[in-house]
Design a protein around this ligand. Sequence first.
Ligand SMILES: O=P(O)(O)OC[C@H]1O[C@H](OP(=O)(O)OP(=O)(O)O)[C@H](O)[C@@H]1O
Length: 201
Amino acid sequence: MEKFYPKSREKKSSEEEREPFTVLFKDLGWGVYSPDISISPSPLYSRGFFTSPIVVGVATSAFLFVADLVRKVDFSIPVDFIRAESYGSSTESNGAPIISFDLKVDINARHDILVEDIVDTGHTLSRVFKHLKSKGASSVSVCTFLDKPSRRKVDVQLVGEGKFYRGFECPDYFVVGYGMDFAEQYRNLPYIGILKPEHYK
Ligand SMILES: O=P(O)(O)OC[C@H]1O[C@H](OP(=O)(O)OP(=O)(O)O)[C@H](O)[C@@H]1O
């Protein structure tokens, strides 16, 4: 199998050989995030009319990216989580995610920034968008750490003036770490790895 290593590393150690994953993105510091990802207060803020957008993290996998992202915002911003379940312990989406955990904050007439770890088939995003729209969101933007456009099955229809921000395009491998799991394992890896197929096939 083709393996992804940072260009600077030519040889893998025997320890890496034993790991169930190969490293895809290692240094997840803010510096490597796309400069496209920025959250700025509206110009009305200075006139006292500013209403902050609401950060909506998609649980569970986005929890680390949400934590890193909001700590880079230098004004008060509400944060809430929603859960849309589409994968069990399998590596394939079942194509029909359900909202199994809903927001606490009122998003009616507010601008939302939906924060995801990865957009794959687009089913989860599509379902959550529909839900946020039904709750009266004025607009919904997406901020995803990884984007796997090669696997997209449904078009991402942004809500209102919403925009699509992404950190990295992800090759078509099953990735774990930085919040992402396989059967609830590996979420706490401080980097992103490609799970070796022999561990899930
Ligand atoms: O674009 P899609 O094909 O819908 O896949 C993307 C979704 O799948 C993952 O969540 P998952 O359902 O695995 O739940 P988790 O966040 O609890 O791990 C990921 O966090 C996204 O929310």
